[in-house]
Design a binder for this molecule. Structure first.
Ligand code: GLU
Length: 516
């Protein structure tokens, strides 16, 4: 037998004493199954694990739980890796960067599970089961007929075909065919496990199924592989979604069967639909017009493609079930590494709020320097139609108005020629001789080279002639952008250049003449 870190059911000496002294290094794992894209709920689990590790100088491990070959979806492991990288949460150990506790893909650990299940078989705490599918279906439908859920458990295990009921010769013969290995749940016990968020969870073993540990393809089930790996990888704290809470007693029984101490457990609250009724699903995203995946998956765009910065994604997810005890809401990854604490995780479910995610994104876009923003793909693509030297000025003009990077398109509409001129705006000019002002704007613009700052001369002229600045600005703004709102007008002019300004002012003059 290969010697693993825990070479016997009691665990190796140094780790055991570390456990007992409570000085165990914090080691956490994010353990997704590659069955499709990572949902934002899964990303929150990864984030809380990462933060718990970083806050405590520990290690964040990525373990791929790919033992269910029927549910395996190509590309999902790469998707998970890419998402973690996008968010800046690089695993300290994992399938791509390795580590001392590998392999980190469960499908590559088959021999390990085989050795460990042998220990349970020898201790008579697990057994082979040879039942044919048709026999199990028959038993299932008989139970259903009398309104019961079928169980393979302490009450009826002796009526099936397994290594507890067959004699030695029958057993040897049966082992040549198909079999599975089941956990022998101890009868009449109350199993109690402590969850750091929810407190004690207790269950009566008489109601538990003899769970399958090894399937007939030789692969372990989730429960078995999960416990073995958490032990062998010296995981100190298991942080995962609340949906795994019902599995906790089974895991405890497996730990007990080996005589192992359990790690700490934390089951995170559910993420609810925006209306608070039920768990958030992909369908809610489709209905509500928001992404539920961090990155694009096939044809479905994720948060990244919808113009979210990873910083805001992380900040938003951190608040879905955690707070620092104050009203503070803005935390970037570095703040979180310091502020995060298990104590701040709430018990109750967290309601998904897309508007809040957008608001946070707006805050981060505003905080990000123009130099960085112009290199974001969505921004870069949109700006490619303008001269490179103007990109920074353009982005700094609009960044305060962006809720997602995709808003750039509509916010840059002022750079294109106005299709209409706002009538309410024009009404404000009427009777004040705007044509006199516009003629002056034309002559000042014509006389000067591109890049000339018209503001000073225009304002001086207005003062000398007793013309209000608001009339000057409204006339000018309407001609350039077609309405009375928009970013700083002189900055817009510096982007557009002399020829475009002249053309637009002339168009507006014609429009006014035609109107009167
Ligand atoms: N493989 C499980 C999942 O995909 C992980 C459960 C756990 O963290 O124990 O959710």
């Amino acid at each position: 037998m290969q010697i693993y870190r825990f070479c016997d059911a009691g665990g190796c000496q140094s780790t055991r004493s570390a456990y007992l002294s409570g000085k165990m290094k914090i080691r956490v794992r994010f353990a997704p199954s590659p069955t499709g894209p990572l949902h934002i709920g899964g990303l929150r689990t990864a984030l809380y694990n990462y933060l718990h590790a970083k806050k405590n100088n520990g290690s964040f491990i990525l373990r791929v739980e790919d033992t269910d070959q029927n549910r395996y979806v190509d590309g999902s492991e790469e998707y998970i890796q890419e998402t973690l990288e996008w968010c800046g949460m690089i695993p300290d150990e994992g399938p791509t960067n390795g580590g001392d506790y590998g392999p980190y893909r469960q499908s590559e650990r088959k021999p390990i599970y085989k050795e460990y299940v042998k220990i349970l078989l020898e201790k008579n705490l697990a057994y082979y089961a040879f039942d044919k599918e048709e026999d199990l279906s028959k038993a299932r439908s008989e139970a259903e007929k009398i309104g019961k859920t079928f169980q393979y458990c302490v009450k009826n295990r002796m009526s099936f075909k397994n290594s507890l009921t067959l004699n030695e010769t029958e057993k040897i013969k049966a082992l040549k065919g198909n079999y599975i290995i089941r956990l022998k749940i101890p009868p009449d016990q109350k199993i109690t496990v402590f969850d750091e968020i929810r407190g004690n969870i207790s269950v009566d073993t008489n109601i538990l199924d003899d769970r399958v540990l090894i399937k007939n393809d030789g692969m372990p089930t989730y429960h078995f592989a999960n416990v073995i790996d958490d032990r062998l990888m010296e995981i100190s704290t298991v942080i995962r979604g609340e949906e795994w809470l019902p599995s906790l007693p089974i895991h405890k029984i497996i730990y007990d069967a080996f005589g192992w101490k359990t790690p700490k457990f934390m089951h995170l609250p559910l993420i609810l639909k925006p209306n608070g009724k039920g768990k958030l699903s992909k369908r809610d995203g489709d209905k509500g017009g928001f992404p539920v995946f961090p990155l694009r998956w096939k044809k479905t765009p994720g948060y990244r493609e919808n113009g979210f910065l990873p910083e805001s994604m992380i900040n938003y997810l951190s608040l879905l079930g955690w707070n620092d005890g104050t009203e503070k809401e803005l935390f970037d990854l570095n703040d979180l590494k310091k502020a995060f604490s298990i104590k701040g995780i709430q018990k109750g479910s967290a309601r998904f709020d897309y508007e809040k995610a957008r608001w946070l994104n707006h805050k981060y876009i505003t905080k990000t320097t123009s130099d960085i923003l112009i290199n974001e793909k969505i921004i870069k693509d949109e700006l490619s139609q303008y001269p490179k030297e103007k990109h920074k000025v353009i982005i700094s003009l609009v960044k305060e108005r962006l809720y997602t990077l995709k808003d750039i398109k509509k916010e840059l509409a002022f750079l294109s020629e106005p299709e209409t001129f706002d009538d309410t705006g024009i009404a404000k000019l009427m009777g004040k001789n705007p044509l006199f002002v516009l003629d002056k704007i034309l002559s000042l613009t014509e006389q000067n080279h591109e890049g000339y700052d018209i503001k000073k001369d225009l304002f001086k002229w207005a003062k000398v002639n007793g013309i209000s600045i608001s009339l000057v600005m409204q006339s000018f703004r309407l001609s350039i952008v077609g309405s009375l709102s928009g970013p700083d007008l002189f900055a817009v002019c510096s982007i557009l250049g002399k020829d475009v300004i002249l053309k637009r002012v002339n168009n507006f003059i014609n429009h006014l003449k035609y109107k009167t």
